[in-house]
Design a protein. Structure first.
Length: 335
């Protein structure tokens, strides 16, 4: 009997010794998460000012993402996320997004067509704008309607295709010990950013569900490239210059909330899906792709993981489209 008891005690001592040496701690606990790597350098960023008024709703997706990355200064980002940060522009499930990462925390910001009804169940306000929040398992999301179109269904938003009226933000943390703080961190960040997305300024000419715009002669705003203007303003700027060069009356000018300008058989538009321009056939000093009936002038070349994407001013139609493009571009590509 004594031998059996001694054997049991020895076995228990062996187990206890193994537990003491176990680098993962007591049985049933998970190993601690490895330390987060230092943040990488910023990627694919370019300086884009925050559009005035409700302009953030009407700019291209890449422009919006760039503006969101610059909504806070680097010092403000570090304070908001708790340490040095890495910012990048990229494609995400929510669309073209700004991604900011610091330590165990990563946030993603985008302007989208997501209806508020797809996020959470409790109606709230952020800076006077309707908002909803949701969270679970180390992840939190926020949706804020910057303009009233954001309160409508996704279908109704899609019908107003030029607008992305909902600010969407998400935050994810590494490590279960941080799960409890992710929502509070996201709320603090959203409370700082949203007022900057709706800064005072003139409203963008836009009517929900209406594509055509009344023509108002509009000069290029100083300091803002055509590629970064809200689409309705792009259309008005293009129409103003084109109508003067073509000597067309206002009654024949057809600006659009989607960014198109149509004057007779001539159509002008800034598109995200252009062809690469050639430096051998420049237009107004910019690489261009030239056909008999169409000219595409390169405005911006966006790198991604696989190949470059070309943002171009597309000019279609007219008797001599290349000559017209040479006249037009110096007037509209002034920044």
């Amino acid at each position: 009997m004594f031998i059996k008891i001694a054997a049991v005690i020895a076995a228990l001592s062996l187990v206890a010794g193994c537990a003491a040496d176990d680098p993962h701690g007591a049985v049933g606990t998970l190993p601690a998460d490895p330390p987060a790597p230092p943040p990488a350098a910023d990627r694919h960023l370019r300086p884009v000012p925050m559009p005035a008024g409700d302009g953030i709703v009407h700019v291209r997706g890449e422009t919006a993402a760039q503006a969101l990355c610059h909504a806070l200064s680097p010092e403000e980002w570090e304070a908001a996320l708790g340490g040095p940060v890495s910012r990048s522009y990229g494609l995400a499930p929510s669309g073209e997004a700004c991604e900011v990462e610091s330590g165990v925390l990563r946030v993603e910001l985008a302007m989208t067509k997501h209806g508020l009804a797809t996020t959470g169940t409790v109606d709230e306000k952020v800076a006077g704008r309707p908002a909803r929040f949701a969270s679970g398992d180390g992840h939190a999301v926020a949706a804020v309607a910057i303009v009233t179109l954001g309160l409508k269904s996704v279908k109704e938003q899609v019908e107003s295709e030029a607008a992305a009226p909902v600010f969407h933000a998400s935050a994810t943390v590494r490590g279960t010990e941080h799960w409890g703080s992710v929502m509070s961190r996201l709320r603090e960040l959203v409370a700082v950013i949203v007022p900057r997305l709706a800064a005072p300024g003139p409203p963008t000419p836009f009517v929900e569900g209406v594509q055509d715009l009344p023509f108002t002669p509009t000069a290029p705003p100083p300091g803002v490239p055509l590629v970064d203007l809200p689409r309705p303003i792009q259309s008005l700027v293009l129409c103003t210059a084109a109508a003067r060069l073509l000597r067309k009356p206002d009654s024949e000018v057809r600006p659009s909330a989607t960014g198109y300008c149509r004057i007779g058989e001539v159509t002008l538009y800034v598109t995200d899906f252009g062809r690469p321009g050639s430096k051998d056939t420049p237009v107004a000093g910019r690489p261009a792709a030239i056909d008999k009936a169409k000219v595409e002038v390169e405005l911006l070349r966006l790198p991604n993981e696989f190949s470059a994407r070309y943002i171009v001013l597309q000019i279609v139609g007219g008797a001599d489209v290349q000559a017209f493009a040479e006249q037009l571009c110096p007037e509209v590509l002034v920044a």
